[in-house]
Design a protein around this ligand. Structure first.
Ligand code: ATP
Ligand code: MG
Length: 355
């Protein structure tokens, strides 16, 4: 059990746990050679299981960037799962996962979209709730979200049922999206004067008659009322952490907010999953961040790590996830692995949701 989730002194401990950049005492020393130490032979960097290393890490060499076509095709078929078989175990109850990190650009939306598509392609019924006025998740899933389209704002402010605004995602069976239009930008302020303002989304999700295996809520990069609504509606928080120095800075604040929501509004809430994103194996900092995050959050951190991969960033401009845009790419394979881990963990430790 990770202490940060449970008590008020968590922030202090988290500072300690994340301070190895300053070589704080008690922190495992950096095993890498000093800059002027001659590099060991190249093969000593190769992990024993090259297959596993291949799928979870972006690597610098040209050959590894372009995996053999046959292997790529095989992975693509595995990811697209044309048979429609249920290959990722479905949870006993709906898992509502809030994808949150108030830092911008860390991969919340990319993670939401790709995990949702991966799980849906493998037999799970998935709903994505776009709770960010930027509407990036709606764009990534190619769901219309221009002004005038019924959206999550209508559900939060005007009590419109979610099923009236959810749209089926074209080309992906089992996947629906509640879009966000620019209207949502006003919700943060309008919610202040609405009854039960923190639990509007929770009520809407609970009232949704269709059964989902997963509901992913893509949060905006802030800790305002929209994010609070997501935290109240969820049982699980998934925190994407970008493998760079500043990525860790705002985490205390996020964890404190999660603790407050747990104490006052949603006792079942827990940080269940941490996903390292935009990992660049070429930088030592990425390793240091990974080590710190794993030391602190333990097995909440998924083994799968998402590499920085150009296919991942190209996909949204085609209204696609990387899973369908380039299913043989390393970005797709890594998100597929992350989804599989999440599904398997959920099957082992069923999470409950009322109703
Ligand atoms: N693994 C990756 N490799 C390369 N680019 C990535 C990767 N993941 C995300 N990106 C790109 O980084 C940018 C930020 O990602 P994303 O929009 O998912 O972050 P976010 O946390 O949702 O941002 P915001 O806080 O603004 O909502 C996007 O342009 C996205 O395409
Ligand atoms: Mg986003």
């Amino acid at each position: 059990m990770i202490p940060i989730r449970r008590n008020a002194s968590a922030a202090v401990r988290f500072e300690a746990a994340t301070s190895s950049y300053q070589q704080a005492p008690g922190v495992v020393p950096d095993p890498r050679p000093a800059p002027d130490t001659p590099a060991p032979p190249a093969e000593s960097y190769e992990p024993a299981d090259t297959e596993a290393a291949y799928v979870s890490r972006e690597t610098p060499t040209r050959e590894e960037d372009d995996p053999p076509l046959a292997m790529e095709a095989m992975r693509a078929v595995q990811i697209l799962n044309p048979s429609g078989e249920v290959t990722m175990p479905r949870p006993e109850r709906t898992r509502v996962m809030c994808v949150a990190n108030q830092k911008g650009g860390v991969g919340k939306t990319t993670t939401t979209v790709n995990l949702a598509v991966a799980l849906a392609l493998h037999g799970n019924r998935v709903l994505v709730v776009d709770l960010d006025p930027q509407g990036n998740a709606s764009t990534g899933l190619n769901v219309p979200h221009h002004t005038g389209v019924p959206d999550v704002y209508d559900c939060l402010i005007n009590s419109v049922p979610l099923e009236d605004v959810a749209q089926a995602v074209e080309g992906i069976p089992n996947l629906w999206c509640v879009p966000a239009t620019i209207d949502l930008a006003g919700a943060e302020i309008e919610l202040v004067s609405v009854v039960a303002r923190e639990s509007r989304l929770d009520r809407a999700i609970t009232a949704y008659p269709g059964h989902f295996d997963y509901v992913f809520i893509d949060c905006p990069p802030s800790l305002g009322l929209l994010t609070v609504n997501a935290l109240v509606a969820a049982q699980e928080v998934l925190i994407p952490i970008q493998c760079e120095y500043y990525a860790l800075e705002g985490l205390n604040q996020l964890i404190n907010n999660i603790n407050l929501v747990r104490q006052h509004l949603n006792p079942r809430l827990e940080v269940s999953t941490i996903l390292l994103t935009m990992y660049d194996r070429r930088t030592r900092l990425a390793d240091a961040v990974e080590q710190d995050v794993r030391n602190h959050f333990g097995d909440k951190v998924l083994q799968a790590v998402i590499p920085r991969n150009v296919r991942v960033s190209e996909a949204p401009s085609y209204g696609q996830s990387v899973m369908t845009y380039d299913p043989g790419s390393r970005g797709a394979t890594s998100y597929f692995e992350a989804a599989q881990e999440i599904a398997e963990r959920g099957a082992k430790e069923p999470v409950s949701r009322n109703g």
